[in-house]
Design a protein around this ligand. Sequence first.
Ligand SMILES: [Zn+2]
Length: 342
Amino acid sequence: MLLDAPVVPLLPRPLILPPKKSTPPAFYIADAGLKGAGLFAAEDIPTGAVILVDRPIAVVPSNVNAHWKREAFDALLPRISQISRETLLALANCKPLSECPVVEGIALTNATGIYLSAPPSVAPQEYGGVFPLVCRANHSCGLNIAVKWDLPSFSVSMYALRPFRAGEEIYNQYIDVLAPRAERRAHLARYGFVCMCSHCDLPDEEAVTRSDAARAELRDWHQLHPRFLPWSTDMCRADDAIIVSNLRALALIEQEGLHGMRVPFIEEIALSYAVLGDEPRFREWAQQVVDFCAGQDPERATKFAGWIAHPRSYKQWGWRAKQRQLLDKQKEPADVDISIPW
Ligand SMILES: [Zn+2]
């Protein structure tokens, strides 16, 4: 492993084993046409499953110019094992030699942001990790995986954000995918390609405008749409306000292939049904949270699984339904004694 000296005290001790990989691997590396090599699903993979676990072959500062001498990249190269060196040098390099040394170019092309910290001394510090498998995934503005860094095991796990068919290409994101297409393409120019993913290669300007508008709406969602917490106790709002609004978000997410954004919206729909005391629908949506989060966010999955087992253990269970009944009762005309007393 190639390390910046200040990283050493930030390394986890003891280093625990990373999560178990699937055997045989659920992925393979193959030719992806004009994109060069790419990562592909070796089998059908369900949503939420771990596709691979990867450890960095190099750790570099996130801001190269700040405190890292360029020559240090190449000076450290002979210090790593032959197999690591060969793996590292086989990775893509979008930087010309006239601009920077080869290892620096490879690091700049492939590094993923990771956080290191040595508690209790310092706040987490950002570094770049070069993960030899993760960085094989090409970019798409409709990525289909999520990558989660785990400091104690010094590894990242890659999760499926939607079901894969065997042979399908696995896509990561290299830039902010909520930006408009023109901005995305400008940012990707530093990797030396024009993005022709299915969300960029659109038939006409009308489609581009529609896609850009959907991404802008998702980015600013909470400034534009009702929020769950205020809604949950505000009886002036329609009972289905959050459900209707979040179903629209999910439709936009589906349209743009931004599957990684789904969970918070699904979670709010489930909790809306909990506040409305609708048990069948609550179970249906809560189960989706469990399915999506089982691998990536087990704490959240366990919390929702507990509520599925005992829906009424949710603190606000049926609160709006009870309030609505009381309000409807108040609206009922009072019994008036219209009998004439004579
Ligand atoms: Zn694209």
